[in-house]
Ligand binder design. Structure first.
Ligand code: NAD
Length: 565
């Protein structure tokens, strides 16, 4: 990837304020979001262009990063830039309502769609792993996942424990870019979290940013403190610097079984994400360089023990679920263990009912860099959705407990529900923000984007589309239609990726950005994109036969061809 670019060193994050270096705010938004992904406060390892999720990168090389910036500065208001796996490859005249940037990352043709072929191409500098929001310039730090993690745990608490995790101990692993949200999401639900993390610096980072309360070296001591907090009904979170598989086995030996067990180590990537037992981070990094084959085998050995320990905890009464890192898929594929799937994924267990209604995580960033702009958007949520109690609780909690990283941003889950004028929740929000920008109540444009994990934007059989009612888990027409529809509706950036979350060959997914600059054009695009995009979630789940989706389509007048025939 070369040496870090001088421009990146100068930026140290997204440029802010109301002066722009590009020819328009749409291009400027792309430039700022790319740099925001690589802000040292936001990305996990920006010197290596790594944003999060193992090796999820924002650009293929430092030369490609410099070239993307030059292209964005020159890009006209009627042009579209093409980015292929983190490298700019073309620029065409299109028209002003078309996307300004189109991105495709990590996609391979079916038969070749695997890590082995990907790594060969990556070593030759021909492809890049874009994860989900890394390569599409929509990552906003650990704050981006916090509400999804909070909502997932809240749903678990509703299903299992009267809506609260008070007195319940949640055990997990991995305090990286996304996984780091877990301790705070648990304490926001009033519970207790013990998290194993092999890289002590990651624990320190989560403590510094308020995501985790403390670090304890000794596991028995961590368990004792967690049990004391549970007895007192107090919120508590602790990071333990050790291997996750070792920790779960040690808990079994001590006859300690938590209430809930999950994991967010980067097990989707055997070689560059997950750490095998018996090594420090530095030792494992050396082994990977020296002998990648041995690393792979030992990584899988540890992962198999990890899955066995989760299953044993489940046998002994813990509620177990996979948190989207494909640890079950790895053990089934590489070790032939079908029983790895004896514990469920988080989507069928806790999220699908929201997807049926077009609900998904939707985020926005203030391009001004001014936190006041985000507080004004929080107010807009309160004004627009006074009846949504849990959403309002989320906004209060986020204001109190979630520190901004990089550009001030917010995330929340809104869906398709329409009002009397036929406007969806997401469209109403976006139009209101656009008005606030036009009126000068918000200083500079707001860019609205979302995770690839959304209602109608992803096919991922071990995660978002696990156990679909009609067996269409692996049908990838849906995300492709979603990206095409986003272009037709006029999103400003549209991207299509392979392999986010669960690894190359296991998923296809898309995302979009719309820049709300206060113009009529922005309003027109926003209304269309924020209707069609969540609408895809409704349509996809109606097609699969989900009652909730059919109910949503009926109540919001979503036309579904062939339904009544
Ligand atoms: P990351 O690479 O930033 O962090 C992973 C962390 O796991 C690192 O800090 C690493 O040191 C630690 N780790 C790896 N192996 C370990 C082991 N055996 N024991 C203890 N610690 C270990 O990744 P991330 O962005 O935090 O994502 C983590 C995983 O969760 C990924 O697989 C990602 O795809 C998945 N994920 C799922 C969702 C979701 O919504 N379901 C969201 C985000 C991430």
């Amino acid at each position: 990837i070369g040496e870090p670019s001088d421009q990146w060193k100068e930026y140290q994050g997204a440029p802010t304020g109301t002066d722009i270096e590009c020819k328009g705010w749409r291009q400027e938004a792309a430039l700022r979001m790319l740099n925001n992904n690589l802000d040292p406060e936001v990305g996990e390892d920006p010197e290596n262009l790594v944003v999060y999720g193992g090796t999820g990168r924002a650009a293929r090389s430092w030369d490609a990063y410099d070239a993307i910036l030059s292209e964005l500065r020159e890009l006209g208001d009627t042009e579209t830039l093409l980015v292929q796996s983190g490298k700019p490859v073309g620029r065409f005249d299109t028209h002003k309502k078309a996307p300004r940037v189109l991105i495709a990352n990590s996609n391979l043709v079916g038969k070749w769609d695997n890590w082995e072929h990907f790594h060969e191409l990556e070593a030759e500098g021909k492809i890049m792993y874009g994860q989900m929001t890394a390569g599409s310039w929509a990552y906003i730090g650990t704050q981006g996942i916090i509400q999804g993690t909070y909502e997932t745990l809240a749903e678990l608490a509703r299903q299992e424990y009267d809506g609260d995790l008070a007195g319940k101990i949640v055990v997990t692993g991995g305090l990286g870019g996304m996984g780091g949200a877990q301790p705070l999401a648990v304490t926001m639900n009033h519970g207790i979290c013990i998290a194993a993390e092999i890289d002590e610096e990651r624990i320190d980072r989560r403590i510094e940013t308020g995501y985790c309360q403390e670090k304890v070296q000794d596991l028995s001591e961590a368990i004792r403190r967690a049990e004391d907090a549970a007895d007192r009904g107090e919120e508590y979170s602790v990071g333990v610097p050790m291997n996750s598989a070792d920790m779960l086995e040690a808990m079994l030996e001590r006859d300690f079984v938590p209430d809930v067990i999950t994991d967010q180590t980067s097990s989707h990537d055997v070689l560059e994400g997950y750490y095998p037992s018996g090594y420090t981070v530095e030792e494992a990094d050396r082994l990977r360089e020296r002998n990648p084959e041995k690393y792979r085998e030992e990584s899988l050995d540890t992962m198999e023990r990890h899955v066995d320990a989760i299953l044993e905890h489940q046998n002994r009464g813990a509620i177990a679920f996979e948190y989207g890192n494909n640890i079950r898929g790895q053990i089934k594929e590489h070790r032939g263990r079908d029983d790895a799937f004896d514990f469920p994924g988080f989507v069928p267990a806790y999220v699908r009912q929201m997807f049926c209604r077009g609900q998904g995580p939707f985020r926005w960033a203030a391009l001004s860099g001014d936190p006041e702009d985000i507080y004004r958007t929080d107010e807009a949520i309160r004004e627009l959705f006074p009846e949504k109690e849990s959403l309002l609780r989320w906004i209060d909690l986020a204001q109190e407990q979630v520190q901004f990283q990089g550009l001030p941003s917010r995330v929340c889950w809104l869906g398709y529900n329409t009002n009397d004028e036929g406007l969806t929740e997401r469209a109403r929000f976006a139009l209101r923000i656009n008005d606030l920008v036009a009126d000068g109540e918000i200083e500079a444009p707001i860019v609205v984007t979302r995770d690839h994990l959304d209602a109608g934007s992803v096919a991922s059989p071990n995660r978002e589309t696990e156990a679909m009612k009609d067996g269409t888990d692996a049908v990838a027409d849906w995300p492709i239609l979603n990206a095409l529809l986003n272009c037709a509706a006029g999103a400003d950036i549209v991207s299509v990726h392979d392999g986010g979350g669960v690894g190359i060959g296991n998923a296809l997914h898309t995302n979009n950005h719309v820049v709300l600059d206060g113009s009529d054009l922005a309003a027109e695009k926003a209304e269309r994109v924020f209707t069609t995009d969540p609408g895809m979630g409704v349509v996809r789940h109606v097609d699969a036969g989900y009652e909730d989706a059919i109910d949503q389509a009926d109540s919001s007048d979503v036309p579904i061809p062939m339904r009544d025939r």
